[in-house]
Design a protein around this ligand. Structure first.
Ligand code: ATP
Length: 218
């Protein structure tokens, strides 16, 4: 079986060091050569995004431009209409054959997995890697809890034996940074410097994203 494919999905609205540090640590701990950041196109499971999918993709590309170990998979942005992770993973699975595919998500996202379109199919398409995140503890109930507990493994090596279906909790450095917080700061005219790469801040300034008319302090 060839080396696993890691998929770190998100809205990245905008991308920040919480995402980037988590991605770096996940890639290292899981020993992945093929690691992809995959921005959501039109997210079906939240109240829309503030920046367009093209802007979110552009910011993500800027953030990892100097780091070839991170690929940006733009298939959801290129796809017309609504995007569902189940469809995206089915596409990746078809390309990957029996190679393990790892869907890497934070605990907050994992807690809501049963609200995702066709969520049960995800376990047949990929392994779940669940990263701790400040303020989020495992909080699954019913069938989601059953699926998570049934698939639970404690060693990354187990994810290499089968294409999908296991669940690995991953301890990573806890950075309490969120896109919501960054958008709020920017709306209030406050700086987001050192929460995200300067190249992304410059892009936001140039394109007047998340902007409410105040003069921002750097
Ligand atoms: P928002 O505040 O708009 O909900 P977010 O900061 O949670 O955004 P997303 O793009 O929704 O960012 O997150 C993509 C993925 O990255 C999710 O699986 C999320 O749990 C994870 N993630 C985001 N921020 C962190 C962080 N600081 N530490 C660990 N994981 C994170």
């Amino acid at each position: 079986m060839s080396t696993p494919i890691g998929i770190f999905g998100g809205t990245f609205d905008p991308v920040h060091y919480g995402h980037l540090r988590a991605a770096l640590e996940a890639r290292e701990l899981l020993g992945l050569e093929d690691f992809r950041l995959l921005p959501a196109g039109t997210p079906p499971h939240r109240e829309g995004t503030m920046a367009s999918s093209q802007d979110r993709l552009n910011m993500l590309k800027l953030a990892v431009a100097a780091y070839p170990e991170f690929r940006v998979d733009d298939r959801e942005v290129r796809r017309e209409g609504r995007s569902f992770m189940a469809d995206t993973l089915a596409e990746i699975r078809a390309e990957a054959g029996k190679t393990p595919v790892l869907l890497i998500i934070g605990q907050d996202a994992a807690n809501e997995l049963d609200s995702w379109h066709d969520w049960k199919s995800l376990f047949g398409l990929a392994h779940m890697v669940i990263m701790r995140r400040p303020g989020a503890r495992p909080a699954w109930k019913g069938e989601l809890r059953e699926r998570m507990e049934n698939g639970l493994v404690q060693k990354a090596g187990h994810l290499r034996n089968t294409p999908s279906g296991s669940v690995l909790p991953l301890q990573i450095t806890q950075l309490a940074i969120s896109s919501t917080d960054i958008r709020e700061r920017m709306r209030a005219g406050l700086s987001a410097r050192f929460l995200m790469p300067d190249s992304v801040i410059d892009y936001i300034d140039q394109h007047q994203l998340y902007f409410a008319g105040q003069v921002r302090k750097g």
